[in-house]
Design a protein around this ligand. Structure first.
Ligand code: ATP
Ligand code: MG
Ligand code: MG
Length: 424
């Protein structure tokens, strides 16, 4: 992919936008882009630099993302709405072509990494609640104030906020150093041809910062590998933000019929019955479950005589009960999967395992906690999109508003939920 029209090869210390930004280390990548930690010499702070592949269709996609991120930033001057902030954007000419670059506020690791870091065991409910509050705040903002559908919500696209300078404390600024070796340079080749004196100076400065980061990282990785004890997330701030607006659309101006990443895809998208904001709520529900259990809620696979879509619908019904006939047969694709009675054509025998039982039997949640969490989550996973609560309604749900004063104090949590319910 490092060829004409593809990724831009970056080397540590490379300057961008006339030397304002200096590449530090790779943070991540996608199909369309690589994302780098960069030092912003103008504001003396760290930023994330998303460098798009150069071909026309990728540039188009970047412009799309910039448009949505700009709208989100303009409506949230205080930067309190849990959506990643676009700081700047520019074009960068390299050997593979012109690359659109987005400068984003620097955030920490994704929730997917957090789940992995926690060895897929699931997070404590109070941590999940903190994360849910941020995600719902973001969705409420996008939906209610901007009329925007994210349409690719999932743990990978929710990043923890990093409050600490990555040069000073790389560990607290994210879990990355604990998890894997630095990705470093994706490609040793390429590189820029001419470099003036200023650039050389900037590079030296950047290299010093990088050296500082890697020294610490090495020591942390060593320490962590030898310890088999349970990993503690105590003290890790669970504030987070929604990122990746590459697939966002307007409720009244949609661009694609097939949206969302498979496991987080809503039933109305599979059935092609039309969609709105509530597709994000479905993905939110799948994400919240994954945070609690460490497992994906739905991981469909194609099988003998049936496809991934039909398996997905079957998994949904095994958890949530039979899909109401009207919904099952109401989509443009319904006939591919359902007969006229609203039964799946190829998967005939379903094994029901309702959410609250699943949480207790498989994931060993205490009965009361499972019940409360299932009461919060079940409406979000309604088959009928219009019956799903909005992000705002979820924020007001009793489960979201429990205050944990003492750790693991289930009794007090329970009684708080009860009291909140009585109050209304
Ligand atoms: P593509 O569109 O190229 O397929 P993508 O849309 O998945 O990729 P993003 O999700 O925006 O791209 O970014 C890819 C990864 O880069 C993220 O999962 C994350 O690891 C990292 N990343 C993105 N933005 C930031 C940021 N602001 N701060 C820190 N890391 C980031
Ligand atoms: Mg992404
Ligand atoms: Mg994207």
């Amino acid at each position: 992919s490092y060829r004409k029209g593809g990724y831009h090869a970056v080397r540590i210390g490379d300057p961008f936008s006339g030397g304002r930004y200096i590449a530090q280390r790779k943070l991540g990548w996608g199909q369309f882009s690589t994302v780098w930690l960069a030092y912003d010499t103008l504001t003396s702070s760290y930023v994330a630099l998303k460098i798009q592949k150069s071909a026309q269709q990728f540039a188009q996609a970047a412009l799309h993302e910039i448009e949505f991120l700009s709208v989100a930033a303009d409506g949230d001057l205080q930067n309190t709405r849990c959506v990643v902030r676009l700081i700047d954007h520019f074009k960068h000419a390299g050997p593979n072509g012109q690359h659109l670059c987005m400068v984003l506020e620097f955030l920490g690791d994704s929730l997917l990494r957090l789940i992995r870091y926690n060895r897929y065991k699931g997070l404590k409910l109070d941590k999940v609640r903190e994360i849910c509050r941020c995600v719902l705040t973001g969705l409420d903002y996008l939906h209610r104030e901007l009329g925007m559908i994210h349409s690719d919500l999932k743990p990978e696209n929710i990043l923890l906020c990093s409050t600490i300078d990555p040069a000073k404390d790389p560990v607290r600024s994210g879990l990355t150093p604990l998890l894997e070796k630095p990705e470093g340079n994706a490609n040793g080749g390429g590189g820029s041809s001419t470099m003036n004196l200023i650039e050389k100076k900037l590079k030296r400065r950047a290299k010093r910062a990088v050296a500082k980061i890697s020294e610490r990282r090495v020591s942390m990785v060593g320490g962590e590998a030898s310890s088999k004890t349970e990993r503690s997330l105590d003290g890790i701030d669970m504030r987070c933000k929604v990122v990746d607006f590459g697939n966002a659309c307007w409720a009244d101006k949609q661009f694609a019929e097939e949206i969302q990443t498979r496991q987080y895809r809503a039933p109305e998208v599979i059935l092609k019955s039309g969609y709105s904001f509530s597709v994000d709520m479905w993905s939110f529900g799948c994400t919240a479950f994954e945070l609690v259990t460490g497992d994906m809620l739905f991981a469909p696979k194609e099988g003998n005589g049936y496809g991934e879509d039909e398996d997905h619908l079957a998994l949904m019904m095994e958890l949530l009960g039979k899909m109401p006939r009207k919904i099952a047969i109401g989509g443009a694709r319904s006939k591919d999967y359902f007969d006229r009675h609203g039964d799946l054509k190829r998967i005939r025998r379903l094994k029901y395992w309702p959410l609250d039982r699943l949480l207790v039997d498989k994931y060993k949640l205490p009965e009361a906690e499972a019940k409360e969490f299932a009461e919060f989550l079940s409406p979000v996973l309604e088959f009928a999109p219009e019956k799903r609560p909005t992000a705002q309604q979820c924020l007001e749900h009793p489960w979201m508003n429990v205050v944990t004063t003492q750790k693991n104090n289930v009794d007090s949590v329970e009684s708080q939920v009860r009291n909140l319910k009585i109050k209304g």
